[in-house]
Design a protein around this ligand. Structure first.
Ligand code: HEC
Length: 184
């Protein structure tokens, strides 16, 4: 192999004109091929999910699994009471409750009542037992309490857990309804 020195010279420095090694060239060729395949797969035809979409798909699958799990377990006083003592579950319920477009709209963010009754006292129109509260939130009540069935089990159980959590904290608020009865 004859070593060729290129003609140009910068400040007296000259370069060889060596052939690039094959392994180096192949990394270049393979990167080119990969980029074309990647572009066609993810963008032109769009078979593959981009990372953002792949993440959303996984999240939806996880949410569906949780929903199925919750739906498979029978809802009863005992399990709702247990959920109301799980800090993460209650924190989710708090977010639902304090959403200005949801419960907070009618019960105030602190639950002390506005259009809907004060939920922090020990007086209940439809009962203050876990299943009573759960049924109220799930099915709604005639004088303006909305049904939340369409939001799913996860939503209703979290909201119930939060109401159980603030129950009997006795914040001053809306005066009790005439037909509300005392209950622990
Ligand atoms: C559009 C207004 C409105 C929204 C939104 C609303 N409520 Fe109510 N809620 C009411 C009204 C009004 C009542 C009283 C219904 C009645 O007397 O028939 C009530 C009753 C209740 C009761 C029963 C209280 C009792 O004394 O028995 C519970 C529990 C309750 N709401 C929880 C919730 C939760 C949790 C949410 C959010 C998921 C929510 N509410 C969203 C208006 C609302």
């Amino acid at each position: 192999m004859t070593i060729q020195v290129r003609e140009h010279s910068f400040d007296g420095i000259q370069e060889f004109d060596n052939r690039l090694p094959n392994w180096w060239l192949w990394t270049l060729y393979l990167a080119c091929i990969f980029s074309v395949v990647y572009w066609v797969y993810f963008h032109t035809i769009g078979i593959g999910d981009l990372p953002g979409e792949a993440y959303a798909v996984e999240q939806r699958a996880a949410a569906a699994r949780l929903e199925a799990q919750l739906a498979a377990n029978p809802v009863n006083d005992e399990m709702l009471l247990k959920l109301s003592k799980e800090p993460a579950f209650v924190a989710d319920g708090e977010k639902i409750f304090k959403d200005p477009a949801r419960c907070a709209l009618c019960h105030k963010p602190d639950g002390s009542g506005l259009i809907g009754p004060n939920l922090t006292d020990d007086l209940w129109i439809y009962g203050g037992k876990p299943m009573d509260i759960y049924t109220t939130i799930l099915k709604g009540r005639p004088r303006g309490m909305l049904a939340h069935e369409s939001f799913g089990q996860g939503f209703v159980q979290r909201a119930t857990a939060y109401v159980l959590h603030i129950k009997n904290t006795n914040l001053p608020g809306k005066p009790p309804e005439p037909d509300a009865k005392k209950e622990q």
